[in-house]
Ligand binder design. Structure first.
Ligand code: SF4
Length: 318
């Protein structure tokens, strides 16, 4: 039973111990996925088994020619599984419209997210720029859906970026689940929690969203909502920079100015500057600010996702 309060994330079934691979086994379960599953409800799916392929089975691969992209048995190459895989992806996109993310499987002609092997009709290898057919169709159905691949999730920065996008998209889907177009008030309230995170990722988008939400689009509120979430998710997908984080930290610090002494202000400035110059990781100024906001609570800052530990890369390169 999936929990409404946790984001629902689709995942290749072979990654979570289901013995559904062509070879008849599962992939080795990773501690990273175990950790992620504490805050996400993972829904395991195996598209190849779902379209009726047996376990074990002959491996399949992507075949490309001038007329299109196909998925065929590696040896016999008689049957094309591309359309059944696309149809299954469409069904899953409709059935699980509350998906807040998806974890794909490295290298799979069905579930691979990038750099999947491709072949021509003669069996010669093409450049490894393929995308699994099922994965591609899911992404076409929901271009904003946060997606990652099992291997890439071992990188702390990519993992944390995925986590923050999944949680943001989950929250967005909760707002939209009534089917009614969100009001400007709802958009602004939602955005108020992400404002400084967006500032850290993209100052350009931060300003653009500010303009977008400055007045209601009375003619087409749906367009305003669509533009908003597109801008927000695109900004979060890009990497936040040290400069962006420093800017956001300085703005957040401003909310303490009436409460702290000049000595405390100087010590916070010092730590933010140490972060700016790369002498301390992000967790240091964030922890210090959290300490001061615990002492001098501020409702607006207290709800900022920026100050939550989950958004801070565990081994910061930034
Ligand atoms: S990669 Fe996808 S299709 Fe292949 S076994 Fe895993 S879940 Fe099934």
């Amino acid at each position: 039973m999936l929990n409404d309060n946790k984001p629902k994330v689709g995942i290749g079934a072979c990654l979570v111990g289901h013995a559904v691979r062509y070879s008849g086994d599962a992939k080795k379960r990773s501690h990273v996925l175990d950790k992620l599953s504490e805050t996400m409800d993972m829904l395991p799916l195996c598209p190849e088994v779902a379209i009726g392929l047996p376990v074990p089975r002959e491996p399949i691969r992507i075949v490309e020619n001038d007329s299109g992209i196909y998925v065929k048995d590696s040896e016999s190459q008689t049957v094309d599984y591309a359309e059944p895989l696309r149809t299954f992806a469409n069904e899953m996109a409709e059935k699980h419209s509350d998906f807040a993310g998806y974890i794909f499987v490295k290298g799979s002609p069905s579930c691979g997210f990038e750099r999947v092997k491709r072949y021509n009709d003669k069996g010669n290898a093409l450049p490894n720029t393929g995308v699994g057919v099922y994965a591609q169709q899911l992404m076409d159905n929901d271009p904003l859906l946060p997606v990652e691949e099992n291997g890439r999730l071992h990188d702390p920065n990519l993992r944390e970026n995925f986590v923050r996008r999944v949680h943001a998209y989950h929250e967005w889907k909760q707002i939209n689940r009534t089917g009614e177009v969100p009001t400007l008030h709802q958009l602004s309230r939602f955005y108020s929690r992400y404002k400084y995170l967006v500032m850290a990722h993209s100052i350009t988008t931060y300003k653009a969203i500010g303009r977008l939400l400055s007045k209601p689009d009375r003619q087409n509120p749906q367009r305003q909502a669509d533009q908003f979430i597109d801008m927000l998710m695109t900004a979060l997908k890009s990497s936040a920079t040290r400069k962006g984080y420093t800017n956001a930290l300085s703005h957040i610090k401003g909310y303490l100015k009436r409460d702290i002494s000049s000595t405390e202000r100087i010590s916070i400035d010092d730590v933010i500057d140490q972060y700016r110059t790369g002498d301390v990781p992000l967790i240091v100024p964030v922890t210090l600010l959290n300490h001061y906001f615990n002492t001098y609570p501020n409702d607006y800052i207290g709800q900022q996702t920026f100050l939550q530990n989950s958004v801070i890369p565990a081994k910061a390169g930034i």
